[in-house]
Design a protein around this ligand. Structure first.
Ligand SMILES: [Fe+2]
Length: 374
């Protein structure tokens, strides 16, 4: 057995986590800059943070400037505000877009570099300390060293990775996830599931990372359908948030696979939510990997019996949304060309070239294309 495992983030999980343990952020300094979207004002998280900071007399400023699939220009805009305020640390309250933006800003505000340089770890050596407060159950970004940004010019999504961007503290309070819409609950829940499944699929998977990923699988299969039936069930929401964190801890060690890479253009060019993009690509990709690595696929979808069962589960979840896509042949060909060079291929079992990837997009369109049988 051989593995390397590194998670430097201190985690506080549970209802009222901020109220009970939030004062630890005082170690980070007396000035905090909050990066968030709009939903934090509705789910109670922003209020809890502001109460904490006021109680501790920590000076603060807030940016609500946020977008889905955060771009280079967005993180530059926020960085400008942060540089003017000169905080000792950052607090991110929101979903993956917020937390990933915070990570980019944490590096950009203390290194004289452009967003494109984030992809070259040799270009920077420090980052502002970060506090992550997720308000969705899916991204796992609160416990990872990844941030995915969109290049404004190419409109391509790409993730950067650095141990400097693990948050210092993460507070996970399931109450903040109660107000998520059904679509966001499904999209983020399926993102978490793609993390756990892909982590086990990954050639970098280890006995250690599998502990987190297998438990995440189990919790998501059990609790996502329950949460959709009873969105106010805090116990089920809590299990989904826990599962999302576990899946994040798994990919923090293994990375994701070609499923994530192929899903990126569906989000940037077709506005499909990240977790949904992964989920529509999951079955055709698993069926292809299964041909050469049946045991690995069987383990990756545990406790589902086989890929057919897994497909039934995914279709059941997605049937709550009317997913239809309009994709031109040229688009699929272009994305297949880009996908065939993705760095994710290194950690994906099986052989994936241009033809195989194009075939995955074709298979996906049989199910989710406009004018199809559904
Ligand atoms: Fe993801």
């Amino acid at each position: 057995m051989k593995f390397h495992h590194f998670i430097p983030t201190e985690i506080f999980f549970g209802e009222k986590a901020l109220d009970e343990d939030g004062e630890i952020v005082g170690i980070l300094g007396k000035r905090a800059f909050i990066i968030t979207g709009r939903s934090s004002s509705k789910n109670g998280s922003l209020n809890d943070v502001l109460n904490l900071l006021n109680r501790m007399k920590i000076e603060h400023d807030v940016s609500h400037d946020m977008e889905e699939n955060p771009s280079f220009s967005l993180v530059v805009r926020i960085t400008d505000k942060v540089k003017r305020f000169k905080p000792d640390f950052l607090i991110g309250i929101g979903g993956g877009s917020v937390l990933d933006s915070m990570k980019a800003v944490a590096v950009l505000s203390v290194n004289d570099i452009d967003p494109i340089d984030l992809y070259d770890q040799g270009r920077y050596s420090k980052a502002l300390p970060m506090v992550a407060i997720p308000t969705t159950a899916g991204t796992g970004s609160e416990v990872t060293e990844y941030s995915v940004l969109t290049n404004d010019e190419t409109r391509m999504k790409g993730g950067f990775k650095s141990n400097l961007i693990f948050p210092r503290y993460s507070f996970l309070d399931p109450r903040y996830t109660l107000t998520m819409s059904m679509e966001l609950t499904i999209a983020t829940g399926l993102d978490a599931l793609s993390h756990s499944v892909e982590s086990i699929l990954s050639t970098r998977s280890s006995e250690m990372s599998e502990i987190f990923a297998l438990r995440a699988n189990e919790l998501i299969f059990q609790n996502l359908p329950k949460v959709l039936k009873n969105p106010d069930d805090l116990e089920c929401r809590s299990k989904m948030l826990f599962a999302s964190m576990l899946a994040g801890m798994a990919i923090a060690q293994t990375g994701t696979t070609i499923i994530h890479a192929l899903g990126y253009p569906l989000s940037t060019f077709k506005n499909l939510k990240h977790g949904l993009a992964n989920s529509v690509l999951m079955i055709p990709t698993l069926r292809r990997i299964e041909k050469s690595h049946p045991n690995r696929v069987a383990k990756a979808i545990t406790p589902m019996k086989d890929v057919d069962d897994f497909e039934i589960f995914l279709k059941d979840m997605l049937s709550n949304l009317n997913l239809r896509m309009n994709l031109k042949r040229e688009e699929m060909e272009e994305w297949a060309r880009i996908g065939s060079k993705a760095k994710h291929l290194k950690s994906t079992p099986g052989d994936f070239g241009y033809e195989e990837i194009l075939n995955i997009y074709e298979e996906m369109m049989k199910e989710y294309g406009e004018g199809d049988k559904r």
